[in-house]
Write a protein that binds this ligand. Structure first.
Ligand code: 5AD
Ligand code: SF4
Length: 433
């Protein structure tokens, strides 16, 4: 009988992709995935270390499996991802329930680690190995799958923003060879995928293809049945001319861009080691919108970075007003051990709370306005799954809005024109055109 694997994924889309690949790697060892930890022979937490709360959640989640492990002594518990990378030995020390710890660059060795754990040892692997995990991982299975997929093309970051652990947990920037990516994309498309989101911590620094990320996008656009291409996450300084131009010229590249700015004060941007200014960001957005006027912009923001004054924060609000974001993610600064900013004078928690709230009021209003502005417009929707009501289908617009439509004839993977008739906070309703 197949063994059962339960994976819980925290954090970013790259972890979602890694979880799929880990499940496939363990598939070769006779594991099938299950949605309930109670059925599992192995539980894997694929963790995120970007903010403090994310790491603490892992420890409390692990504690919850104590009962399960007592009932089922053969159950193996593993921690993967960025907390594993950063705190592997600490996890082994602090949490006796854990049998296996594997970092994001060594999960091709999971089958070996699993065998070790089954034999009763506690297995830890947080190397940055010489070998490329992607060439060591078994070829992906051929089974049909849903119409959207993530595909990691680049990992790591050399930017060293002073708040961020990524350069430490994911290592320096590495681009996968284009041929490897194109083969994986062709396989995904054969399995039913119509939209691929290219992933990287610094995806637009991709340099594995002539012409960088833009070159790769144009090469992917040649795959006939691949209808949509997206990418995330980008750094403003790597938005080169070719990529800006692709936003205007490549029909398959969707008009949605996640381009974190973090803050609107040049003093804070400098302290963050972002190496761009508020003005250079705004100018860049101007060029992107000239290339693709309907581009929907999404951003990341940090409030309460060490040294941030009320005047600095007001500049973040002003930048948001000026740019206009259709989607956004905002966070209180969270000191991460080992990063330069963690050592500096911290802003008080109450001030951080208050600023986050003010920023979110503004961002939420912008998001709602952007949703409402869609009413009456036509969008194209890639259907992903049946909606809640009979005959309804749900999918995403080119701008990544969730859209529900009555479309009893439509199938998963179809792309249809839809006229938007209503806007809710997080989704749109419409009718087939
Ligand atoms: N504190 C708060 N937010 C952070 N981010 C990264 N590191 C921190 C931190 N130490 C945010 C940034 C980044 C997003 C992925 O998470 O906004 O773009
Ligand atoms: Fe972190 Fe900055 Fe690199 Fe993004 S660009 S992963 S925020 S160091």
């Amino acid at each position: 009988m197949a063994k059962k694997l339960f994976i819980k994924t925290y954090g970013c889309q790259m972890n979602v992709y890694d979880s799929e690949r880990m499940a496939e790697a363990l598939g070769g060892e006779g594991y099938e995935t299950t949605a309930t930890p109670e059925d599992a022979d192995m539980i894997l937490l694929n963790t995120c270390h970007i903010r403090e709360k994310a790491a603490e959640k892992v420890y409390s989640e692990l504690g919850r499996f104590r009962g399960l492990k007592a009932e089922k002594p053969d159950l193996k518990i593993g921690v993967a991802g960025c907390v594993a990378q950063a705190e592997g030995e600490e996890i082994i020390r602090r949490q006796p329930l854990v049998d296996l710890v594997v970092g994001p660059q060594s999960y091709h060795r999971l089958p070996e680690l699993e065998r070790k754990a089954r034999a009763g040892a506690r297995a830890l692997d947080t190397d940055f190995p010489e070998e490329d995990k992607f060439t060591r991982l078994a070829r992906r299975p051929k089974a049909p799958r849903g119409p959207t997929a993530f595909l990691t093309v680049q990992e790591g970051c050399d930017k060293f923003c002073s708040f961020c652990v990524v350069p430490y947990t994911r290592g320096s920037e590495v681009s996968r060879p284009a041929e490897q990516i194109l083969n994986e994309a062709r396989d995904l498309v054969e399995r039913g995928v119509r939209e691929i989101t290219l992933l990287g911590q610094n995806v637009n620094a991709y340099h594995g293809h002539e012409g960088g990320l833009a070159g790769l996008i144009w090469a992917l656009a040649e795959i006939g049945d691949l209808k949509r291409i997206r990418f995330t996450t980008s750094h403003p300084n790597d938005m080169d001319d070719a990529l800006i131009e692709a936003h205007g010229a490549c029909e398959k590249l969707m008009p949605y861009l996640h381009l974190p700015v973090q803050a609107g004060s040049d003093r804070i941007l400098k302290a963050m080691n972002r190496k761009h200014t508020a003005e250079s960001y705004i100018r860049l957005i101007g060029r992107l919108r000239a290339a693709r006027p309907d581009l929907l912009l999404s951003g990341d923001f940090i409030v309460g970075f060490p040294g941030e004054t009320e005047a600095d924060f007001a500049e973040t609000l002003a930048l948001v007003e000026e740019v206009g974001f259709g989607q956004s993610y905002s966070f209180k600064y969270s000191p991460r051990p080992g990063t330069p900013a963690a050592e500096r004078d911290q802003v008080g928690e109450a001030e951080k709370d208050e600023r986050l709230q003010r920023l979110q009021v503004l961002l939420t209003r912008q998001q709602r306005d952007a949703q409402e502005a869609m009413v009456g417009r036509e969008v194209s929707v890639l259907f992903e799954k049946p909606g809640r009501l009979p005959g309804q289908m749900g999918g995403k617009s080119e701008y990544l809005h969730a859209v529900h439509v009555h479309a009893p004839e439509a199938a998963k993977g179809d792309i249809r024109k839809v006229r938007v008739t209503e806007a809710a906070a997080n989704s749109l309703g419409g009718v087939l055109v």
